[in-house]
Every structure is written in C-alpha cells, then in structure tokens.
Design a protein around this ligand. Structure first.
Ligand SMILES: [Zn+2]
Length: 319
C-alpha cells in the first residue's frame, strides 16, 4: 500500500479518489497582511474556506493538491484549521515561487562548496520531518518559471527542487508559461538532474492550444496540467475544452490532470474584481461546466477517470 501525506496525516493513494491537482486554499502576501490587516478576519476566512471546500466535496471531489509554497504565503497552521472542518484531503507542498530573483534570504545563503544547496535541505526537511512545528508533511515540490525564462534565480530553485525530488521521491509541479515555451526549458534542466519525468506536472500547460508543443512534453513523460479552467481571460473556455478533447482523441488522457488554479481567497486581486473578470474561476466549474462540455466533445468516462483519479494516484504513488 502506497501512502501519501495529507494535512490530516498519511492516506492510502488508492483512497485519494477524484483529485484536483492544482488548487490553492489561500494565496497571500503575509507581510502585507500582517502590516495592513484591514479587510482580513482570520476566523471568517477560515470558515469561508471550509464552506467552499465542503461544497467542492459535495460535488464528488475527494482531494486537492495545494501548491502554495514560499512566495505565495504558505501558512500550514491556518490550513490545519481549514482541514479540521472538511472531509476533503488537502495535500500540501514545499518549494519556492519566483519568476526571477530569489528572496534575499536565499541569495546570501549560497550552495555549499560540494554543490549542496541549503534550499534543498529545507525542502527535504518539509517532506521527511514536517513543516515547521505543525506535524504536517509536504508531499510534493513546487517551483515556477514564467515569461522571463530560466533566470539564475529560477534555475537555482528548479535544481534544488529536482535534488529534493531525487532524495525523497516526492513528485514535482512547475508553474510554466507555455506561450513562451518554458516547459521545454524545465525539461532540459530536469533531464540534466536525472529527474523521473513521470513525476512532473508541467502546470498551466492548458493555457496553450499548441498540440505540437503539448504532445512533445507529454511524449517526454510529463503530465500536462490542464489546470486553469475558469481563467478564460487567458485562454477561452472553448479553447481549453477543445485542447483537452483533441489530446484525449490522440490518446493522451493518461498525460493530463485537471484543475482550476483557484483559491478560497487570493489577495492578488480585490475580492469583488474576480467575479467580474473571471466569473467561472472557482472550485466547482470543472464539475458544473467542464465535464459536460468534454463529454459533448467525445471525451469518455474512462478518459475522465484517468485525468481526475488514476493519473493523480500514479503521481503520488511511491513518493
Ligand atoms: Zn497556482
């Protein structure tokens, strides 16, 4: 029996069930929140998260993977309070989210002369011993590359993530910017690091409709994160659906996972703005609109089972 760590402790991967592979609970700038607390009520926000996750659970979702790491305001104490109010499994991550430079904390903590990076040790500790004093262990690794490409800071984080993966077996999720082809840059570095590419989700691949690019990455062994359903401003609903359906038709259902990249609360935007610019960007959109639309395009129940259940289970097996 393979086990995966969740906020409430280890769970048999066979019991993960329907899994959304990229959903945040909270995305916050903690320094801003602590210094400008107007508008933030901790109890209200925790209660709101519990009610949104319970609504998602009622739609048949059993697990979310939350890739909120340093740079996105990770606070596992807060997530534990949320997890205590819902039956949904929440899998948390370790890693660092930057599109370019490192936080100064890391900039002046250089890799050791033997090449070992203290950043890697921090990630490994989160996976093997637990995060801070919460008793919660991270079960996957997260980093990012965006339209600025493979900057020195981004490359250092990616290699630290790859080495933490090599030491622990924990799988990897990378925020990519497919419109600048950064999935290819990620693969180049991960191949140099000897990473098992079947344990890698190239996040936000679903922002692309370029089947040549997507099949190239899938053929390398990666999972494609079709994980921004509801962010239709970037890529339209029709394009997102059409791309997943076309890839299923070509035999790539085993190479995709589905999600929204939504949050219960994200401080990047004024709360009232989100329903205006992205009304479908919430946890239930896949169940309400996406799955019926995929079925209309010929995506079968077996394809859906692969993308929502079997592929996540395989990704988290053996970590
Ligand atoms: Zn995200």
């Amino acid at each position: 029996m393979a086990l995966v760590e969740t906020v409430r402790g280890p769970v048999d991967v066979a019991a993960l069930g329907t899994t959304l592979m990229h959903e945040h609970v909270f995305v916050l700038n903690e320094e801003v929140r602590q210094n400008y607390p107007a508008g933030w009520n901790e109890d209200d926000r925790v209660d709101d998260a519990i009610s949104k996750l319970n609504a998602l659970a009622r739609r048949g979702c059993q697990t979310i993977a939350d890739p909120t790491v340093l740079g996105l305001g990770r606070d596992i104490g807060r997530i534990k309070r949320v997890a205590a109010g819902t039956d949904l499994n929440i899998i948390v991550a370790t890693g660092l989210y930057t599109y370019n430079e490192l936080p100064l904390y890391f900039r002046f903590r250089f890799p050791h002369s033997d090449g070992r990076d203290p950043m890697t040790d921090m990630f490994v500790t989160d996976i093997t011993d637990g995060i801070a004093d919460t008793g919660v262990k991270a079960a996957f690794l997260k980093c990012a590359i965006d339209d600025q490409g493979m900057t020195p800071g981004v490359e250092r984080v990616l290699r630290a993530v790859a080495r933490a993966h090599a030491q622990t077996g924990a799988p990897i999720t990378v925020h990519t910017h497919p419109h600048s082809g950064t999935g290819r840059d990620v693969l180049r570095v991960l191949k140099e690091e000897g990473t098992d590419l079947t344990k890698v989700v190239l996040g936000h691949s679903g922002d692309s409709t370029d089947l040549g690019y997507l099949t190239e990455l899938a053929d390398a062994g990666c999972l494609l994160g079709m994980d921004r359903f509801g962010l239709d401003l970037i890529t339209s609903f029709e394009d997102r659906i059409g791309t997943v359906a076309a890839l299923c038709e070509r035999g790539y259902a085993e190479s995709m996972v589905l999600s929204h990249d939504a949050s219960c609360y994200i401080d990047w935007f004024a709360p009232e703005a989100i329903p205006m610019f992205a009304p479908a960007w919430h946890y239930e959109h896949i169940f309400d609109q996406v799955l019926p639309a995929l079925a209309e395009r010929g995506v079968t129940a077996a394809h859906i089972q692969a993308m929502l259940v079997d592929n996540p289970r395989r990704y988290f097996s053996g970590s």
